[in-house]
Design a protein around this ligand. Structure first.
Ligand SMILES: *Cc1c(COP(=O)(O)O)cnc(C)c1O
Length: 422
């Protein structure tokens, strides 16, 4: 199936007489014919559900859809994007280890990696978008466990050179983890460029209606944990699971099965079945929504670029963007619906402009059907120091515009009337 069809059809295949639409199994628990069968489930020797903290049929069918969309061997939904990033790292990093990480990433991820993981003894070593291969390689040592980047950084809109990072990561025998939230698999499938683990905040375009917070981890199945010889947590017996060896029991799907059997069991950041159901409704229209988001954002970016009250526009879809060549390589069908730009007159003019908008509304959220705006420096990224703001590609006058799927003329008219007020 092609991706537009997978968005609608993958994950749930009803059998004769079963509900046509994904059923919501709102049940914490499951029934067994014998104690022996349940014992086998606990041994992980037969597939099935034990307890909804660990897995649930509704959740599983949505996981299977997202795994299909990304081209992975398995996926695990989490209660938020933050939880997905946390578990993706903790699955293979412990106190004393470090990770090598792009600095142009979501502010919440910088806080999580740079501060909270540090308190757990895991050090994040950041590199800027300008860093050379040699500079990035110099950050590695024998305790480096993974490389992390974001396909299109929120909100800096810096496009990650996935193939280059995969090459550097693999030269050091570690996997590449990519947060693919902004493009979604409709616009970019990082696994096709050598990425090993994909993470998502499904809260954004995947849900697409600003209804449910959620996250997802997808395992490509391509990283050879045994060959890397530095991931005993996957290749040696897990004491907390009476000696299971994940690479032996699950082969290519070792990483994602360990994440579930061990970390989801212990941390419990589980999505509710109803949340998975709502996410699935969003996924069904994802391909058509992304097409319209991209088309509208391209038109808005071109309008802003010509506007006398705009000092600069950052949108990788513009031919003038320094990100354009990377965007054409990794995102040939569109980047996403998010644009950032500077209003002439700086912070104050930007605030006045935002307050004057009528259709576009001020929200913290980004990447849903409704056009919305945000001033990151004073809101989502206000915990960052000035230096971190610069590294994340954010200036004080930056307005983040999330272009929705409304009629483009209405969006442009709204922007124009707001510019007239400043
Ligand atoms: C929003 C976001 C997150 C965090 O996801 P939540 O669902 O809000 O927890 C992580 N990465 C990116 C790129 C995001 O945009």
């Amino acid at each position: 199936m092609r991706i537009e069809t997978q968005c609608v059809q993958a994950g749930y295949q009803p059998e004769n007489g079963q509900p046509r639409i994904l059923p919501i199994y709102q049940s914490t628990t499951y029934k067994y014919d014998s104690a022996e069968h349940l014992g086998k489930l606990f041994d992980l020797s037969v597939p099935g559900h034990m307890y909804t903290r660990i897995s649930n049929p509704t959740v599983e069918m949505v996981e299977n859809k997202i795994a299909a969309l990304e081209g992975g061997v398995g996926a695990m939904l989490t209660s938020s994007g933050q939880a997905a990033n946390l578990l993706a790292v903790l699955n293979i990093a412990s106190a004393g280890d470090n990770i090598v990480c792009a600095s142009a990433i979501y502010g919440g991820t910088i806080n999580l990696f740079g501060f909270t993981l540090k308190r757990l003894g895991i050090e994040a070593r950041f590199f800027t978008p300008e860093a050379t291969d040699e500079e990035i390689s110099a950050l590695f040592d024998e305790r480096t466990r993974l490389v992390f980047g974001e396909t299109v950084a929120n909100p800096a809109l810096i496009v990650c050179d996935i193939e280059r990072l995969a090459r550097i990561a693999h030269a050091h025998s570690v996997p590449l983890v990519i947060d693919n939230t902004f493009p979604t698999p409709v616009l970019c499938r990082p696994i096709e460029f050598g990425c090993d683990i994909v993470v998502h905040s499904t809260t954004k375009y995947m849900d697409g209606h600003a209804s449910v917070v959620g996250g997802c981890i997808v395992d490509s199945g391509n990283f050879d944990w045994e060959k890397a010889c530095k991931y005993p947590e996957l290749t040696e017996p897990d004491e907390s699971y009476h000696g299971v060896v994940y690479t032996k029991s699950f082969g290519r799907a070792a990483y994602i099965n360990k994440a579930r059997a061990q970390l989801m069991r212990d941390f419990g950041c589980t999505p509710q079945p109803i949340a998975a159901f709502i996410l699935n409704l969003g996924l069904e229209s994802l391909a058509v929504r992304m097409e319209r988001h991209c088309e509208n954002a391209q038109a808005v970016a071109e309008y802003l670029e010509k506007h006398s009250k705009v000092s600069w526009v950052n949108f990788p879809g513009l031919a003038s963007s320094p990100q354009h060549a990377l965007a054409q390589k990794y995102l040939p069908n569109g980047v996403c619906g998010v644009i950032s730009f500077g209003v002439k007159g700086g912070r104050e003019a930007a605030m006045k402009f935002m307050d004057s908008l009528r259709l576009a509304q001020i929200v913290v959220h980004v990447a849903d059907a409704r056009t919305s705006v945000l001033h990151p420096a004073s809101t989502t990224h206000r915990q960052l120091t000035d230096e971190q703001l610069v590294d994340a590609g954010i200036s004080a006058d930056l307005v983040r515009l999330s272009v929705g799927i409304e009629n483009i003329e209405d969006i442009l008219e709204d922007l124009e009337q707001a510019f007239k007020k400043i």
